[in-house]
Design a protein around this ligand. Sequence first.
Ligand code: ADP
Length: 427
Amino acid sequence: MEPISSIYFFFMLAAASIAILLFRYTLTLRRFLKSFIKLSKKVSNKEFHSRLQTSARGELGELSRNFNFMMETMENTIEEVEYKHLQLTSVLKSISHGILVIDIYGNVILINDEARKIIKSKTRGNEEGKNIKQVINVEAILKEIERYVGSKESENNNLTLEDETVYKIKIDPVYLQNSKNAIIGSIINIEDITEIVKLENMRKDFVANVSHELKTPLTSINGFVETLTMNENLDVDKRNRFLAIIKKESDRLKRLIEDILLLSSIENKNNLVTENILLYDVFKEVYEMINYIAKDKNINISYNFEDEKIVVEAYGDYIKQLFLNLIDNAVKYTPPGGEVTINQYTKYDEIVIEIIDNGIGIPKEDIDKIFQRFYRVDKARSRSVGGTGLGLAITKHIVNSLKGRICVESEFQKGSKFIVTLPKKIS
Ligand code: ADP
C-alpha cells in the first residue's frame, strides 16, 4: 500500500470511530434527556417520590445521582411541611373558638371551621388569600375586625349582635419570628359568650331580686318593731295586730330564705344520691298535708293513680317538693268551692303526672314566664297567699335534674293544668 493511501485510511478509520462514539453519546444523551423530561412532568404533578432511572456513567451519572439526591431532600422537606400543616389544621380544627389569621392588608391566611360558622363565610372553604371584605358576612364582626387590621396593639372587645348573640373578639398582632417590630398580620380569636353573659345577667338579676324580696319584709318588721319600742303605752289590740304583722313578715322571710337555699342546693346537687321512690306514697303524704288547707277553703282534691306501685329514681325530697309546690299552687290559686285533680298514668314508657285546677288560670302572655325566679302574675295575690315566687322555678329545676319535662296549659279565669313527665328509670 502507498504511504498516502495508508494515511488516508487511518484518518478514515479514526473519523469513523469518532462518529460511532459521538453517535453512541448522542443516543445516551437523548435517553437521559427523555427520562429527565418524563421526570420533570411527574414532579409538576407533585409525584415527588419519582427518581431518574439511568445507567449513565461519568458526568451524566453524577448529574443523575445529584438530581436524585435533590429530589429525595425535596420529598422529605415537602412531607415535613405537609405534616406540619396537617398538625396546624388539626389544632385549629380542635379549637372550640373561632380562629382567623389575617395579614396586614386584611387577607385571610388561616381560618378554622368555627370562625367560618361565626362569620357566616361567603366563600366557605375558600377563604385563604381572600380579603376579609370578600369573606365575612356579618357586618358588625367585619367592622370590628377592620378597625384593627395591621394594628400593633392587642384588643379585646365584646360584641353584641342584633339577635343578642354575644361574641368576645380578641385581636393580637402576629410578629415576624424573632422580630419585635415587624408584624405580619393579626390573629383573631372569636368566642361565643352568649350563654356566659346570659348566666351572668341572670345571676345579677337574681341577686337584685333576692335583695329586694328580703328588704320588703325586713323594712316592715323594722318599722313595726320601732313603733312598738317608741310607743310603750299602745293599747293591747294595736300591739297584738303589730305583733301579728311582724310574725307574718318573719314567716315570709323564713320561707324566702328556705326557698333560696333549696334552689341553690338543687342547682349545685351537693352530695346527693338517688333513691328508688314510691311515687304514690310520697303523693299521699303531700295530699294529707295540703288537704287540711284545701278543706278549709272548701276545695275538693281528688286523684287517680294508674299504678300505685310505680317507682321513680330521684334525689332525696325532690318528688315531695315537686308535689308540694304544684298541688299547693293549685289550691292557692283556686277560689273556694273549686276542684283540684291529680292524675298519674304511663305514656310511651314515661310517667305522667297532671295537676289540674279550675282556679284563676294564667293569662296567655304570662304562661312562658311563670317558671322564672320571682315571676308572679299578680304580686299582691301571691304575697297574700304566702307565695315567694320561687316555687315553680324550684319545680322546673327538680324536673330538669330528673331528666323530665314540665309544661302548663291554662286558660285565664278557667283553670290550669300542669303536666310533669318523668322517665321511669333515671340513668
Ligand atoms: P308563688 O310562690 O308566687 O306561688 P310560683 O313560682 O309557685 O310562685 O308561681 C309563680 C306564679 O305562677 C304565681 O305567682 C302565680 O301567678 C302563677 N301560678 C302558679 N301556679 C298557678 C296555678 N295553679 N293557677 C294560677 N296561677 C298559677
